[in-house]
Design a protein around this ligand. Structure first.
Ligand code: 5GP
Length: 215
């Protein structure tokens, strides 16, 4: 089933820039399969001195259970299915998707708030969410895909997923299957960053963000 996205809504109400303006708010979409290291890379990007206060990662909502040391409000806003549905009906999400049987959604108000404060916004969302936002002309989206490694990505992902000890064998299998489809979509992204070496990948991400902010 295709999810209906709230694109038709005048989501820029109250924002200074109009959709046709060249100065639309800058939104970086970061996607990549589970275990690609996207969360770590984003954390490192936000720690970069040049970006302190100028970039904001949006904490998204999910109906899945917290994993390991995940904290409500920091890693995700953990919601019940009923709470999620309520927000969806009130059109509080910029986009939302069902991933691995659970719901995930980007709170629109947080995106707008940060854009109004002049910040670049980072969304760590899946490939379907990135696709759904293609038709949205209210923001300037820059899409970045994180690949775990150029060759042998399956082995790299499997090892990383096993090491984090938060998924069952069955869940790891599902995530690897989805990874295959997601990697095939990486061609639709503006940039592909290969996370073979975390320092090099961080540098690459920092320079992408720097050059896009200058445009
Ligand atoms: P995980 O359960 O591993 O934290 O996340 C599963 C997938 O959902 C990841 O690809 C993650 O980036 C994505 N995701 C997290 N929040 C959102 C969201 O608000 N919207 C969409 N479309 N995907 C999300």
């Amino acid at each position: 089933m295709r999810s209906k996205q709230p694109e038709a809504r005048p989501i820029f109400d109250g924002c200074p820039e109009k959709p046709e303006s060249k100065k639309r708010g800058l939104v970086f979409i970061v996607s990549g399969p589970s275990g690609s290291g996207k969360t770590t890379l984003i954390k490192r990007l936000l720690r970069d001195k040049g970006y302190k206060g100028n970039l904001a990662k949006i904490v998204t909502c999910t109906t899945r259970e917290p994993r390991g040391k995940e904290k409500d409000g920091r890693d995700y806003i953990f919601l019940s299915k009923k709470e999620f549905k309520g927000k969806k009906e009130k059109r509080e999400f910029l986009e939302w998707q069902k991933v691995f049987g659970e719901y995930y959604g980007t709170p629109l108000a947080d995106v707008k708030k940060n854009i109004l404060l002049g910040r670049g916004v980072i969304l760590c969302i899946d490939v379907k969410g990135a696709k759904a936002l293609k038709a949205n002309k209210h923001f300037r989206f820059v899409r970045i895909f994180i690949l775990p490694s150029q060759d042998n990505w399956r082995k790299t992902l499997k090892t990383r997923l096993k090491l984090r000890l938060s998924e069952s064998q069955e869940q790891i299998k599902k995530r690897l299957k989805l990874a295959e489809q997601e990697i095939a979509s990486s061609k639709d992204y503006d940039y592909v960053v290969v996370n073979k070496d975390i320092n090099e990948a961080t540098e690459e991400l920092v320079s992408i963000v720097a050059s896009e902010r200058k445009r």
